[in-house]
Design a protein around this ligand. Structure first.
Ligand code: HEC
Ligand code: HEC
Length: 303
């Protein structure tokens, strides 16, 4: 059923884009505009291994500890040991050849630039891109300290950044596999007009009843909005051990305890066998009622 809804949504989109084209607006495909230098600068925030792209700033291990305790330790543990299923950030030195390597920033990562970029771009998990430049420097310094890469009096700046050498940096190799297996044709090639793309998508014709149903606007579930805004980041893909929405088997097992218990866990927070469910998913601004409705929506059997 869901697939038909999607199918009709796609059809609707095609109609919409066609009507944009009919407008006759300028550009190669008839829509869009070149990105401005400012827009590009907003996206162009990567840091290279040689330090290129680093913004000016600095941060100490000492300051990093305070920020880390406030914003990171809840998931990654005070020593980077990882709480529940959240990633371990420190340790594992010398385990890369072991049966089960413990891959951390210290034991596995090749360059400190990855750490800088990752923290600025993606952490804390709930507020990505919320950290100030100096906070990022301090957190990078602190995570390196947790891995015994720097001492407790270390202060990281854009100038001494490239002195950092991670233990595993020599053990990455370029992937030699080609993207495509055919050799490139440079002369006497096939006439392009004779080449046909033969990819066919087969889908059954919808029955009249399904067509009628797809035309009906779907009634939004009261909890859907909260779920889509807050819970989806973990519960859609099963991040950090979260039970996936639509995994009927998993939810049936959990619901054996009763919906009241499961709801209470979502409200108050819960550490089970698969990970840590922060109270209200970490969004304490949500009312109990909103979370209750989101739970109802989450445990429904459909995806
Ligand atoms: C609510 C829990 C949570 C908080 C708080 C949090 N993280 Fe994370 N962190 C995660 C999760 C989950 C991942 C894995 C994300 C993924 O793989 O997509 C992760 C990944 C990472 C990684 C990459 C680890 C690896 O080996 O791939 C680093 C580094 C990291 N976090 C640093 C931080 C720092 C620094 C802070 C504080 C500013 C922070 N995190 C706060 C949940 C959290
Ligand atoms: C940071 C990730 C994360 C977010 C965000 C999150 N959850 Fe969870 N949730 C988890 C994890 C991990 C578990 C599994 C805990 C376990 O059983 O070990 C879980 C479990 C649950 C459970 C099952 C509890 C039980 O008793 O089995 C419910 C219900 C739930 N979450 C509801 C929600 C709702 C509602 C939201 C949004 C308001 C939400 N979660 C947001 C990670 C998250």
């Amino acid at each position: 059923m869901c697939n038909f809804r999607k199918f009709f949504a796609v059809v609707a989109l095609i109609f919409i884009s066609n009507s944009i084209l009919a407008d006759g607006s300028a550009g190669y495909y008839g829509y869009g505009k070149p990105a401005t230098a400012t827009e590009i600068a907003g996206w162009d925030i990567d840091i290279r291994a040689d330090g290129q792209g680093l913004p000016p700033g600095s941060g100490s291990v000492e300051d990093g500890e305070v920020i880390y305790e406030a914003k990171c330790a809840e998931c990654h543990g005070s020593f980077g040991e990882g709480v529940g299923q959240f990633p371990v950030l420190a340790g594992g030195m010398g385990t890369m050849n072991a049966q089960r390597p413990l891959k951390t920033v210290g034991s596995y990562w090749a360059h400190a630039s990855t750490l800088w970029d990752y923290i600025r771009r993606a952490m804390p998990f709930m507020q990505p891109e919320s950290l100030e430049t100096d906070e990022v420097y301090a957190l990078v310094a602190y995570v390196l300290y947790l891995n015994d890469v720097v001492g407790d009096d270390y202060v990281m700046t854009q100038d001494n950044f490239t002195d950092i050498q991670l233990a595993n940096r020599e053990h990455f190799v370029p992937d030699p596999r080609p993207d495509v297996h055919n050799t490139r044709c440079m002369e006497n090639c096939k006439n392009a007009a004779d080449i046909k793309i033969v990819s066919i998508v087969r889908r059954p014709e919808p029955t009249p009843a399904e067509v009628a149903l797809a035309a009906e606007p779907a009634k939004p579930h009261a909890g859907e909005k909260v779920y889509n805004q807050y819970c989806i980041i973990c519960h859609k893909a099963g991040v950090a051990g979260a039970p996936k929405k639509g995994d009927a088997k998993e939810w049936n097992t959990r619901l054996e305890a009763g919906i009241a218990v499961v709801t209470e866990h979502a409200l108050k927070g819960y550490t089970g066998n698969s990970g840590v469910m922060p109270a209200k998913g970490g969004f304490t601004q949500l009312s109990d009622e909103e979370v209750r409705q989101a739970v109802q929506y989450l445990v429904e059997p459909n995806e």
